[in-house]
Design a binder for this molecule. Sequence first.
Ligand SMILES: [Zn+2]
Length: 174
Amino acid sequence: MMQGMATDEEKKKRQREAQARYLSKPENREKALAATRSWAARNPEKVKEREAARDKDAQRARAREYMREQREKNPRHVLSLKLKNAYGITLEEFEILEKSQEGVCAICKKTETWVRAGKVYRLSVDHCHDTGKIRGLLCKACNTGIGYFLHDPELLRAAIRYLKHPPAAPFVGK
Ligand SMILES: [Zn+2]
């Protein structure tokens, strides 16, 4: 690294160290506390906002922790709740559908390869956004793909026509 150049990380570290040195002196700590108190007295709304944000963060963290515990204790129960909430099907129904598709995506006929938190994901439940009806199980790629085409058969047909007869072909050399 060049002399005199510092990364943001290093600058922040130096600032933290300087602040810690400054606050290690009791008279400075008193000053800093007084400044904070006076700011709080002048900005009661901001103090309230910050407190509310902290409460919300704590609440969210507790909910996350609870879900993590539940997932560890009873993963099937948590998956079952998720499926019921999001798609209105039971885990048993999901598994029947999965078996009927032989565990592969209904479009590309491959198993899911999408990995999250070190685990291969289960197939996604694809449903009609108008009727809420489940169409089938898709891999993440195919589900995202038809999503981009707005689940519109006409648009998808146009894409196939495009791929089969690319408009540039007559004009552009290979
Ligand atoms: Zn697929």
